[in-house]
Design a protein around this ligand. Sequence first.
Ligand SMILES: NC(=O)c1ccc[n+]([C@@H]2O[C@H](COP(=O)([O-])OP(=O)(O)OC[C@H]3O[C@@H](n4cnc5c(N)ncnc54)[C@H](O)[C@@H]3O)[C@@H](O)[C@H]2O)c1
Ligand SMILES: C[N+](C)(C)CC=O
Length: 479
Amino acid sequence: MNAQPDASLFIDGRPVEGEGAALPVLYPYTGEEIASLREASTGQVAEACRVAARAQPAWAALAPVERGRVLHRAAAIIRERNEELSRLETLDTGKPIQETLVADWESGAQALEFFGGLAASITGQTIPLGQDWAYTRREPLGVCAGIGAWNYPSQIACWKAAPALVMGNAMVFKPSEETPLGALKLAEILLEAGLPAGIFNVVQGRGQIGAALSTDPNVDKVSLTGSVPTGRKVYAAAAEGMRHVTMELGGKSPLIVFDDANPEHAVSAAMLANFYSSGQICSNGTRVFLQEGIRDAFLDRLAERVRNVRMGDPLDPATTHGPIINPAQAGKIRAAIASGLEQGARLLCGGPGEGAFIPPTVFTDASDDMSITRDEIFGPVMTTLGFHDEEEVITRANATGFGLAAGVFTQDLTRAHRVIARLQAGTCWINSYNLTPVEMPFGAVKQSGLGRENSAAAIEHYSQLKSVYVGMGGVDAPY
Ligand SMILES: NC(=O)c1ccc[n+]([C@@H]2O[C@H](COP(=O)([O-])OP(=O)(O)OC[C@H]3O[C@@H](n4cnc5c(N)ncnc54)[C@H](O)[C@@H]3O)[C@@H](O)[C@H]2O)c1
Ligand SMILES: C[N+](C)(C)CC=O
């Protein structure tokens, strides 16, 4: 299989070969090399940022509706090519084609459409001050750096590019070194849609290239999707230059199932919240709290339904469970499963699996202090925990440094809203899980991140406010 792009980087509207170390792209299902890329050199990172800074003022000077039109055209191109793009996403990530066809580029297209449509309605305020008045202008930040994780590479690139570009910023994007292909396609598509050269650039590389990008003097904002430890480093580096940040980081989110929940829907949600994308989703509800009255029925049904999961070739449309991104990540997940067993938890189903595959794995008899309950595993591993009452489960759900997401299943809507109001999480679901429509803000509290993606809220994170006082009379001075 060959997925070789024209070149590794995309700078100033052109494919450019990287001058750094080799960056082989491996298909997670077979380990076969499907493309051979090169990292950017630090000089190329600086060049991409210079190009972006030079191009940005003219882009910002366009009427917002013209910028919106470019984003709309890009969304239309993505929709026309969804099949080809989704196949590439599957090769890059190993995620089943059944998922990538409906979830990845589709979500990216929706972001481009949403922010394209928002373009003309981004306005300031007027503030009456007697005979004088003031007004505010929402202005772009300048050059935004985007740094992505490997689980949703194209969605992440679009979620960052769409609000940044519509506000009149330029972007230099560094995809994860594991999944470098989708962002290059996005750069080509945006150019074809009419985006001026230099406004969306792609550099490739491992962490040190991300570090060079986040500290480049031309960069005004860094938006990272990645783990909490990387987030800490990037936030600290950005602080040096007083740069704006958005941090979309990891989680260990609670999914609380009360006795009165619809058991079939709760099981469906728990499976989606742990096994979709082979469990490699930041917001997954990996701590499933089951109230005592529903616990046994839930686990019986879960064990039955896990048998319907089809693990195998990601390009087979019938496959619902693909491989793990790489052997190192599979090794970390296996170590987490082994530690759960050593600490006394019991496997309802699943286990370490073989090679690139880890089957859907469910732990019972776990306790809150076990590492399988405390630490993000980022694989298809669900930890189930029993509970008796509402007060107890809220305290236990919040007993974590993470704060990305949470879910509640109950038919008592008063209780649902009461519990959600007390959960420390940025994105919550009631009788649903992991749906992230572009209209709804997505983001975290506590260690899981800062800022919001999607919705009109994202505009605030890719812009700054200028206040203008307008004097309508003379100026009195005491001297
Ligand atoms: N909250 C969200 O929206 C969201 C979405 C997807 C993934 N994630 C999180 O991402 C993690 C998995 O992804 P990952 O393994 O790619 O994360 P990671 O933190 O290892 O890497 C993320 C990105 O940061 C870059 N990077 C690494 N060190 C850097 C440094 N010092 N300076 C700048 N950039 C650096 C990497 O090259 C990569 O592009 C999980 O923790 C998951 O929860 C969060
Ligand atoms: C943002 N989301 C939840 C779609 C993918 C995160 O891993």
